[in-house]
Design a protein around this ligand. Structure first.
Ligand code: AMP
Length: 228
């Protein structure tokens, strides 16, 4: 279910983007209206899946801070070393590490035409830092997709993922801890974006393609919905 009146806001056109037109999936998409989107929701709400599907349909990268951390850990980078113990304990990585890692990623070329940010911001400090980065780069946030799920379903999905993906932080204790941290620190941020008029609330219970359709409809991209 989508919220009325919450379709994607185009915002200003930014200063750092070319206004060229590219063809994506046979349709012209002006880069000057390239969307910069956040996707929020508790662990197990299908954020990663929906971010990837949405980004693919829009021809832009999905940036997951969780994936960035896991890649950094595998490569033994400075960010990976700093983050690992927090991730292993199911805790949030300190903002100064997370923000620095994200900033590096947002400076890459492929981000210029827009992005879907998954798993960030998770703290009030990160909301402020993202605002600063967005302002610094001359961008505008166009929409915040909030995936609404019931807690029981989320826990079930995470337990399923634990079996399929074998993530070290998907033990029952750490799942509970991460959901608690989400409720305390991240859930209140949804209200902040709602107050800013950016929130697109989506019922995230159901089939994956069905939910993608709701997301696309919610951000005002109805023309894409039937291609999912
Ligand atoms: P995820 O894959 O999004 O569940 O993230 C896995 C883990 O990475 C989280 O439990 C945190 O330890 C860490 N992490 C991911 N994103 C953030 C963030 N925005 N702020 C702090 N820690 C994060």
């Amino acid at each position: 279910m989508t919220q009325p009146g919450s379709s994607l806001s185009q915002g200003n056109t930014g200063v750092s983007r070319p206004s060229t037109t590219t063809i994506r999936r046979g349709r012209p998409v002006s880069q000057s209206t390239a969307p910069r989107l956040l996707i929020m929701g508790p662990q197990g709400s299908g954020k990663g899946t929906q971010a990837a599907r949405l980004a693919e349909h829009l021809g832009m990268p999905a940036i997951s801070t969780g994936d960035l951390f896991r890649a950094n850990i595998l490569l033994f980078t400075e960010f990976g070393v700093q983050a690992q113990s927090y991730i292993n304990r199911g805790e949030l990585v300190p903002d100064y590490v997370t923000n620095a890692m994200l900033r590096d990623r947002l400076l890459k070329e492929d981000v210029k035409g827009g992005f879907v940010l998954d798993g960030y911001p998770r703290t009030a400090g990160q909301v402020r830092d993202l605002d600063d980065m967005v302002a610094e780069f001359g961008w505008t946030l166009n929409g915040v997709i909030y995936l609404r799920v019931d807690t029981e379903a989320v826990t079930e999905r995470m337990e399923h993922r634990a079996i399929v993906q074998g993530r070290s932080d998907d033990t029952p204790e750490l799942i509970a801890k991460r959901l608690r941290i989400y409720a305390e620190q991240t859930a209140p941020l949804v209200d902040e974006y709602r107050e800013r008029g950016l929130l697109v609330e989506v019922d995230a219970m159901g089939d994956v393609p069905e939910i993608t359709n709701r997301v696309l409809a919610g951000i005002g991209l109805n023309w894409l919905a039937n291609t999912v």
